[in-house]
Design a protein around this ligand. Structure first.
Ligand code: GTP
Ligand code: MG
Length: 171
């Protein structure tokens, strides 16, 4: 068949937000890991959609590894930014990391699509995606296409909608 277009995606966000769980769900079931552990450094993963072949840089969100993110910005053609919607205490830290990303010279002037997952929507005290969007001031992002989806990565809910959006941005 036709060769799918290859796209590099950066998966970013604080530790414990659910990045690896999301990427794992997007992989074919025979390639999925059974146990997800905190990522050390980063991990390169692959998944396909109907028209695209994604190579994902699944970065660790732990503070001591966040300085690795910027080394991959140049290669990234899309960003998946994951937020733990129930982690109200660290929402401000997530915003700081997002703002640092958006102001980075390798990102700032590029029209790179950003897909946000307001993850862990299944938890009782999770904020809505609208509230997460407000707290992160996403309306201020004017020069890049962005989209936010509520998700439950453990059950795989909300992920397809997000990936469909991302695919449409890249075609
Ligand atoms: P780092 O690799 O340390 O940056 O973390 P990460 O963002 O990759 O998070 P990871 O996927 O390892 O998930 C952290 C924990 O959150 C795991 O125990 C997951 O099972 C759990 N988790 C992920 N997504 C969800 C979700 O949507 N709902 C609930 N309830 N738990 C989730
Ligand atoms: Mg991880």
């Amino acid at each position: 068949g036709l060769k799918k277009k290859e796209v590099n995606v950066l998966c970013l966000g604080l530790d414990n937000s659910g990045k690896t769980t999301i990427i794992n769900q997007l992989k074919p079931s025979n390639a999925q890991a059974q146990d997800i552990v905190p990522t050390i450094g980063f991990s390169i993963e692959k998944f396909k959609t109907s028209s695209l072949s994604f190579t994902v840089f699944d970065m660790s969100g732990q503070g001591r590894y966040r300085n690795l993110w910027e080394h991959y910005y140049k290669e990234g053609q899309a960003i998946i930014f994951v937020i733990d919607s129930s982690d109200k205490l660290r929402m401000v830290v997530a915003k700081e990391e997002l703002d640092t990303l958006l102001n980075h010279p390798d990102i700032k002037h590029r029209r790179i699509p950003i897909l946000f997952f307001a993850n862990k929507m299944d938890l009782r005290d999770a904020l809505s995606s609208v509230k997460v969007s407000q707290l992160l001031c996403l309306e201020n992002i004017k020069d890049k296409p962005w989209h936010i989806c509520a998700s439950n990565a453990v059950q795989g809910e909300g992920l397809q909608e997000g990936v469909d959006w991302l695919q449409d941005q890249i075609r």
